[in-house]
Design a protein around this ligand. Structure first.
Ligand code: NAP
Length: 357
């Protein structure tokens, strides 16, 4: 990074969108500079540490190329003998599972490094997109100027905000059924989903494939979800709605993790406990856009707008957005990585049209 030189592309964010953008931009000889975020307690509490939401999950079973099960066996079967990595034959160095979120993110980060991306472990806290080159300010590394910028800061799941919720994150408390639902601790066990929107009913329906019963706890007596999804969920014999109730405490212990939740009636204030090995919070997400200071157009929920269909251009020419920061609909690692790739190609073509190669 240099305060004199102008970077061709700065990428802000270090989830799958950011690394896919970095890999593609680096391979296009744009030498991208990636601000991967700062490792601070404030970011930990907010859920915005480097490597994004995947770094907060355990096993990832739906990212193509990493089937669950020992990778050694997969690689031994999938690759010809003369193309197998050395550790396929080395028991000690081979993990006994598919791939975890943190591993996947480290692999993506390393791939970006190998391709030539430069990385700064710092948060961008301020931007000036009103004139070119664009200016970005970080906490510890001053300002940097860039011809093009890719915003890939993602979104963070909203949690209820209970201290006990924090205690059991990754040990029963999750905000992603698709990521975590099939884990052994949730199989054939009672689970709780909190929320009343499409995400909550979708998560409850998804979890019903694994759970013995799913309690759908909603603070009102009416769902916000679309009618068709509501109908499907309420007709599911494994889903039991718990109306007019809020989760006020997560219960558990060191050895078992989460064992249940305490709920409070929003009607008469009475308390009761529900036994469960999982609490899935589905009360919406918040895109990480504060540092943009309102300089990019967003939709009514605060997600960065992509004004041109199938392109990652933002409302400001030369600024691109990738991944969950612009997507409140799919929110998957693979879709984020795909739009990261698109954003690098869009940035490369835009820079080329400006005569910057
Ligand atoms: P949402 O529609 O904003 O619903 C959030 C739910 O969480 C609401 O029911 C809300 O209760 C509840 N809630 C909010 N804060 C709470 C708190 N502190 N404690 C307890 N409950 C709380 O969010 P979403 O379900 O994530 O959906 C987001 C968007 O994605 C929507 O537009 C949705 O249609 C879309 N989506 C679509 C699909 C699909 O079509 N397959 C799937 C998922 C999401 P109240 O109802 O009382 O406000």
């Amino acid at each position: 990074m240099s305060s004199q030189g102008i970077e061709k592309v700065v990428i802000v964010g270090s989830g799958p969108a950011g690394w896919a953008a970095a890999i593609y931009a680096a391979r296009a000889s744009l030498v991208p500079l990636v601000f991967e975020g700062a490792i601070t307690e404030a970011n930990r509490l907010k859920g915005t540490l480097p490597l994004g939401q995947l770094n907060l999950t355990t096993e990832v079973e739906n990212f193509p190329g990493f089937p669950a099960g020992p990778l050694r066996e997969y690689l031994a079967g999938a690759l010809p003998e003369d193309r197998r990595p050395f550790w396929v034959l080395d028991n000690d160095k081979q993990p006994a599972h598919g791939v975890t979120g943190p591993e996947l993110m480290e692999l993506m980060r390393q791939q970006a490094v190998n391709c030539g991306a430069k990385i700064v472990t710092d948060d961008i806290i301020n931007v000036d997109f009103s004139k070119r080159p664009f200016t970005l300010t970080s906490i510890e590394n001053g300002t940097v100027q860039a011809h093009a910028v890719i915003i890939a800061t993602g979104a963070r799941a909203n949690y209820i905000g209970l201290p006990s919720e924090e205690t059991y994150k990754n040990r029963g408390v999750s905000a992603c059924a698709v990521c975590d639902g099939a884990l052994p601790r949730f199989r054939n066990k009672p689970l709780v989903v909190v929320g009343g929107g499409d995400s909550a009913v979708e998560e409850a329906s998804y979890l019903s494939k694994f759970a013995s019963v799913v309690y759908l706890v909603h603070r009102r007596d009416k769902l916000r979800a679309s009618k068709v999804m509501e109908k499907r969920a309420l007709a599911n014999p494994k889903i039991t709605p718990v109306w007019n109730a809020q989760v006020v405490e997560c219960l558990g212990n060191d050895t078992e993790g989460l064992t249940g939740v305490k709920i409070k009636s929003t009607v008469d204030g009475s308390f009761r406990e529900i036994t469960a090995t999982g609490l899935f919070v589905a009360i919406g997400h918040t895109p990480n856009t504060d540092f943009l200071g309102g300089q990019l157009e967003t939709n009514e929920k605060g997600y960065v707008k992509w004004p041109v269909a199938h392109r990652t251009n933002s409302s400001v020419e030369g600024i691109f957005a990738a991944g969950d920061v612009g997507d409140d609909y799919y929110r998957q690692a693979i879709t984020a990585a795909a739009s990261g790739c698109q954003s690098a190609l869009d940035a490369e073509r835009w820079l080329s049209a400006q005569g910057i190669d």
